[in-house]
Every structure is written in structure tokens, then in C-alpha cells.
Write a protein that binds this ligand. Structure first.
Ligand SMILES: [Cu+2]
Length: 715
């Protein structure tokens, strides 16, 4: 199987000790292991101490990250992001607890605890997850191995590090006690940082960009014959953490995670059953980390609760793999004002999204070497939400008009306000919705020589609306982290998005040169995005709030179905100069447009054309890398989202590593070594008032020069 092949590749190539790595090892080459289907980022081979695993995605072709805060990176792949990308952690799905995705699924896989981060290249197999319209990513945490003996042995991974840009620090420890049939794991992580500097004059800081997180995990594994069982419990405690691109900051994210995994493998037949769940409690405010609103009446706190329950079952035998999976998420979100106990908004009440899927996948190798993958998946999505209410929905509106009688004075009558009308429309509507979605995948690989394989893929992928897109009843910015500053309302009648995609490319794996370019074209019918709302009440509500609060918020958008296309090109490559020196790089280009007849526009928040070039030296005990990263301007921006264009830039990064002895490794580096001022298009714009160095509405600057060091101990 491919996975075993990949595992063998990893086992064969990773220098476990310096002695194995002697002579010719190109250590840097092992950071991202490519197979034709995916890119696996080996966390042990990284040197950074980034808290946010999503930032590491930039090492994989086609991948990027929408950064709303230091722990809040939302993966982007080939122009799609958020719910469109299936993120799993150890094979389990996890939906964000917060309505604005301050805790994206990948935030539950802290970088320091990861073994690997696997990005599926291009069209994801139907077995990779339920809704993979934009791709699939799986993070795997390190959990040790069973030994071959009766006696218990201890193994561990310890990591400590610090960085200068935000005086950030990291400490992580995982201990495993195992013999051939039992395995106990204990893991703890703490990481924190202050507001980060940027190159804008002395003392310029991105505020608030501080972060603080702790994480504890317990695991037990049991192995008997061809069977194994694994139980895991985790507790994530995120504390005060900034999200300057969003209207509020994180007060707390308390998440409890549990999973059980049964695996059977006889060689001829492999089966997996995963059952998992999580409870997430999350508080955020617009006053505790950023400058509070002038008016006491504008203070806001949002308490959200999100729960996940799910399972995944699959059996693989011969060329076939079949499976069943299910995922249920429920969400509550309530907004209040600590200065006014009467104020409340029931933002989401028991919003439910349930999805059940079944898939079958077939892989075959013909005698001429042609390999094919065919997959078919059916998903059923069932959604519902409870009734809502809120202070803004209890306001009457004064209407003045002439009375009917001649000569009588003006009369004022009280009418339901627009918020009340929206509430009543929502509460009296049939909010339960069902979609039946069909996905299929067809891929072929044809080797044309010892070093070249041609690739073609064709797929249909679908995604049903998220609970925010369907059930946001009052114009608010609870949009799964879009961070465009616009208010939105949902749409109960949204149809599922359906994408048809064509992908072509080849893999060249020569003596000194490897490269694997891909071009793709994806046409999406019923693509869900915000457009001008036809709901007069939503427009009237925002206008009324602007008058009452002396604000100037833009007219609200509504999530609607449009048509879109995305196309582009991406490639990673490496050229070996000699046994120690190599060059490597990435090229990524994606273009996204709305194409239905109503209005032509660019899609929102698409990564600009970008590339990187690195010169690497890898010796027996140490290695260094000098990397230039270049981003073009992004001028093809979405007018609906009032997205601002951004300028291009280049950044120089230096990285090094030193294997002190067989179990100890030192990593160090300087990011943005020239301390350039730049802003990443995907980092969004500043929503925080009162920062003298960054105006509200301006692009958030990238971090300044950052020197860091990390020590990894492994035994
Ligand atoms: Cu939040």
C-alpha cells in the first residue's frame, strides 16, 4: 500500500542518529518528504518554534495560511480555505468551537507535539475525509512505539525553545512507557509569547498578538496479535490570545478531546475504527486585550460552545477500500455586554450539522505500469437550529404618519423593528435542511521512463453550507474567520457547492533534479460567498445600528450561491549540487474568480503569486539553509468583500541545525533576517483601534526580525 511505502521511505531516510546521518545525508531534504500523492512535513526536522502548526503548511506546494492571530491560522490550499479543506488530527475530524474560527481544527495539533503534517497533493482521495472540495490535511502527534520485548522501556521527546520577536517560549515533553503489548503516554506542553515586533520604527508592535496555551494528553495503547487499541484524552487550555484581524480576541478556549482507535492488520486485510468526541468552551471579548470601545454600551463578550462526535470505519483488502463515517457538530453562541445585564444576543442556538458518508475506493496497477485510483463517495448532510432572540430583536420602531381624520395631529405608531422581523422570520421558518452529495475521483499515473511519471486527475467534490452560512440570523461578523470586516446573514436555502476539477502534471525524479509541477482547473457551481443582500430588514438593521451607535458599518452581505472558477499552478523542486549542497524551491500561483452572469469579481483572500529559493548545506553533524521568499502583489481582490490590494515583498530567512549527539539536536535561525517591513496578503487587516503604528483597516504587518533557538532531546 502507498502508506506503507511512504512509511518505509520515512524510516529509510530519516537520520535517527548522527552516526547514521554520516557522510552524505542531505538532512534538509528530509524536512518535507514527497510522494506523488502528498507532502509530509517532518516536524522533527523543522527548527522553528512556531506555536501554530498551520504556519508550517507554507513548506508544501499549493498550501498557505490565512493568519488571523498567532494561534489562529486557517489552512489555505489552492485558493480554498476554512470548511472547504478537511483537516484531521490523528484521523479524527474536529470542528472549530468558535463561530469565527479562533480555534481552527489545526489549532488542536500544536506544532511542538506533532510527528508529521501531511498535505494531500491536489485532488484528495474520497477516503481522506467527508468534504474535501479544497483538499485534505492530516496532523499526526508523536505517541511512541510498542517495543519487541516483555520489559517496559521509557522513551521520550523533550523540546524547549525561545524566540526574540515576541519573547516567545516553548516547553514540551512527551513520555512513553511501553513493552510489546502495553503503551502508556503522558504529554504536556506550554507555550506563550508577548505582542510581536514589526519593522515600523522602534517599539512597533502588532497588538494584540500575544498568546498563551497549555496542553495535556494521556494515552494508552494495547496490542494483541493483529489487533491494536489506542485510547487518548487531551485537554487544551488557551488563554489570552490576540486575533487582531477579527473583531474580538480570545479570552479562553477550554477543550476536552477523547478518541479511541481500533486497528486490525493481517497483511491481507486491514481495518480501522475510530470513535472520537470533543467539547469546546470558548470566550472572547472586544475589550480585554485590545482598546475597549469608547461607549460602555458597545462592550461585547461572546461565549460559544461547540461539541463534536464522530466515527470513521474502513476496511482495505487487495485493491479495494471501503468505509463509513459520521460526524455531528453542535454549536451555541451567546453575546452579552458586561456593562449591561439586559443586553443579549442568541447568536446560534443548538445549531446542528450532521454528516454521514460511505465510500469505496479502488487502486489498480496495469502491466504497463499504469496506476489508477477510482473513488466514489455519498454524503448525507442534515442540519437544524433552534429559535433565536436578542435585545436587538426586541426593539420597536417608531413610524410617524398622518392620521386619517382631517385636521388631526401627526400620529406615531410603533412597529416591529428590522431585528424583530428578522428574528420572527427565522423562528417561523423551517430550519431543517438536508443535502445528498455525490463525490467521485479518477486519477492515473503513467511512468514513461525510470525517472518520469505523468499524472492526470479528474474529480467531482461537494460541500454543504456551514452552520454559520445557514443560520446566522442577525447581521454579524461570525463568519468562520473571513476577517473581511463585513457583517453577514445566513441563508437557510443554500444549495451545496459542487466542484469539477481537472489536474495535470508530472513527477521527475532524476539523479540530481527532482520536480513535480501540477496545473489545475476547478469549476465550482453554487460556490457559497457573501453577496449584496436582498433582505431589506438586514439593510435596515445595519442602517439603524449605524444611526444609534454613530458607526459607519458597510451594508451587510448574505451568504448566497454563485459560480466560481479557480485555476493555477504549483511545483516544488530540488537540485543537488554535490553531496552536501543543494538548491530547492517552491512556485505557487492561483487565480479565483466569480463567473456567474450576475457579477464578475475576484474571489476573496487568495494567496498572491509566490515562490521561494533556498540554498542548503547538509553535513554529517550540522546543516544550514539560506532561504529567500518572494510574494507578488495581490491586486486581483474581491470588491464584494471590499478587500484591499496588497504589495509584493521579499524576506530572507536563515536556518541551521546541529546534531550534538545521538539524541540531542539544536535548531536555530533568523526569520526576516534583514528586518524588512512587509505585510502578508492573507494576514488580513487590523480591526483594532488605538494602535499608533497600525491604522485600523490597514494590512497587518508581518513580524520583524526573529532570532530563535530550540533544543530537542530524544531517547
Ligand atoms: Cu472566538
Amino acid at each position: 500500500m502507498k502508506r506503507q511505502l511512504l512509511a518505509a521511505l520515512i524510516a529509510a531516510q530519516i537520520p535517527v542518529t548522527a552516526s547514521i546521518a554520516a557522510d552524505t545525508a542531505l538532512q534538509e531534504e528530509l524536512l518535507v518528504i514527497g510522494s506523488r500523492d502528498n507532502r509530509t512535513i517532518q516536524l522533527a526536522e523543522t527548527v522553528e518554534i512556531t506555536a501554530d502548526a498551520a504556519q508550517l503548511l507554507k513548506k508544501a506546494p499549493g498550501a498557505n495560511v490565512n493568519g488571523n492571530g498567532p494561534l489562529t491560522g486557517i489552512p489555505q490550499y489552492r485558493g480554498m480555505f476554512g470548511d472547504r479543506i478537511k483537516v484531521t488530527v490523528n484521523g479524527s475530524t474536529l470542528s472549530s468551537g468558535g463561530p469565527n474560527w479562533m480555534d481552527p481544527p489545526l489549532s488542536y495539533a500544536p506544532a511542538a507535539q506533532l510527528e508529521s503534517l501531511e498535505v494531500t497533493r491536489g485532488i484528495a482521495p474520497v477516503s481522506a475525509g467527508q468534504e474535501t472540495i479544497g483538499g485534505a490535511i492530516n496532523a499526526t502527534t508523536w505517541s511512541g512505539d510498542f517495543s519487541e520485548s516483555n520489559d517496559f522501556a521509557v522513551s521520550a521527546r523533550l523540546r524547549a525553545g525561545g524566540q526574540s520577536v515576541n519573547r516567545g517560549s516553548l516547553g514540551s515533553a512527551t513520555l512513553v512507557v511501553a513493552n510489546h503489548s502495553h503503551k502508556f503516554k503522558l504529554s504536556a506542553l506550554t507555550e506563550q509569547g508577548d505582542d510581536a515586533n514589526f519593522s515600523g520604527g522602534s517599539g512597533s508592535k502588532v497588538e494584540p498578538s500575544e498568546y498563551k496555551r497549555q496542553r495535556f494528553d494521556l494515552g494508552y495503547g494495547l496490542r494483541f496479535g493483529n489487533h491494536s487499541l489506542q485510547f487518548d484524552l487531551g485537554s487544551n487550555q488557551t488563554d489570552d490570545t490576540g486575533t487582531p484581524a477579527l473583531p474580538m480576541d480570545i479570552d479562553y478556549i477550554d477543550a476536552d478531546l477523547a478518541s479511541a482507535h481500533y486497528a486490525f492488520d493481517s497483511g491481507e486485510l486491514a481495518a480501522n475504527l475510530r470513535i472520537y468526541g470533543s467539547n469546546i468552551l470558548h470566550g472572547m471579548t472586544n475589550f480585554h486585550l485590545r482598546q475597549a470601545p469608547m461607549a460602555k454600551g458597545m462592550y461585547r463578550q461572546n461565549i460559544a460552545e461547540g461539541n463534536n462526535r464522530g466515527f470513521k470505519f474502513d476496511i482495505a483488502t487487495g485493491n479495494w477500500k471501503i468505509g463509513l463515517d459520521g460526524h455531528l457538530e453542535t454549536h451555541d453562541s451567546n453575546i452579552d455586554n458586561i456593562n449591561n445585564s439586559n443586553f443579549f444576543v442568541v447568536n446560534f442556538n443548538d445549531a446542528e450539522r450532521e454528516i454521514f458518508g460511505a465510500f469505496v475506493e479502488h487502486q489498480y496497477e496495469f502491466s504497463n505500469g499504469l496506476e489508477t485510483e477510482l473513488g466514489l463517495r455519498a454524503n448525507r448532510v442534515v442540519m437544524d437550529a433552534g429559535e433565536v432572540d436578542g435585545t436587538p430583536a426586541r426593539m420597536m420602531m417608531a413610524m410617524s404618519g398622518m392620521s386619517s381624520g382631517m385636521g388631526m395631529p401627526m400620529m406615531t405608531t410603533m412597529m416591529p423593528g428590522p431585528g424583530m422581523r428578522m428574528r420572527d422570520t427565522f423562528n417561523s421558518a423551517d430550519r431543517s435542511q438536508q443535502d445528498n452529495n455525490i463525490d467521485w475521483v479518477a486519477k492515473a499515473y503513467l511512468p514513461t521512463s525510470d525517472v518520469t511519471t505523468l499524472y492526470a486527475g479528474l474529480a467531482r467534490k461537494s460541500r454543504s453550507a456551514s452552520y454559520q452560512e445557514r443560520y446566522l440570523w442577525l447581521p454579524l461578523q461570525a463568519t468562520a474567520g473571513l476577517a473581511d470586516g463585513r457583517t453577514y446573514t445566513g441563508n437557510l436555502e443554500l444549495k451545496a457547492e459542487v466542484a469539477h476539477e481537472l489536474e495535470l502534471g508530472f513527477d521527475f525524479d532524476g539523479q540530481d533534479l527532482t520536480l513535480s509541477p501540477r496545473v489545475f482547473y476547478r469549476e465550482v457551481t453554487d460556490y457559497i460567498q457573501g453577496t449584496v443582500t436582498g433582505d431589506g430588514n438586514a439593510n435596515a438593521f445595519v442602517a439603524m445600528m449605524n444611526t444609534m451607535n454613530s458607526t459607519s458599518n458597510a451594508a451587510p452581505l448574505q451568504f448566497n450561491n454563485v459560480d466560481a472558477e479557480l485555476y493555477g499552478f504549483d511545483m516544488d523542486w530540488r537540485y543537488r549540487l554535490d553531496n552536501n549542497w543543494s538548491l530547492s524551491g517552491l512556485v505557487n500561483y492561483v487565480r479565483g474568480q466569480r463567473v456567474d452572469s450576475d457579477a464578475k469579481d475576484n474571489l476573496y483572500r487568495i494567496a498572491p503569486f509566490n515562490g521561494s529559493l533556498a540554498l542548503n548545506y547538509a553535513g554529517a553533524q550540522w546543516g544550514i539553509s539560506v532561504e529567500g521568499v518572494v510574494y507578488d502583489e495581490q491586486s486581483q481582490v474581491s470588491s464584494y468583500n471590499r478587500e484591499q490590494a496588497s504589495s509584493g515583498y521579499g524576506v530572507l530567512n536563515l536556518r541551521g541545525q546541529w546534531q550534538l549527539n545521538s539524541g540531542t539536536r539544536l535548531g536555530f535561525g533568523v526569520d526576516n533576517a534583514l528586518d524588512r517591513y512587509y505585510s502578508e496578503h492573507l494576514a488580513g487587516t487590523n480591526r483594532v483601534s488605538g494602535n499608533a503604528d497600525i491604522a485600523k483597516g490597514e494590512h497587518l504587518p508581518g513580524y520583524g526580525r526573529n532570532a530563535y533557538a530550540r533544543i530537542d532531546v530524544e531517547f
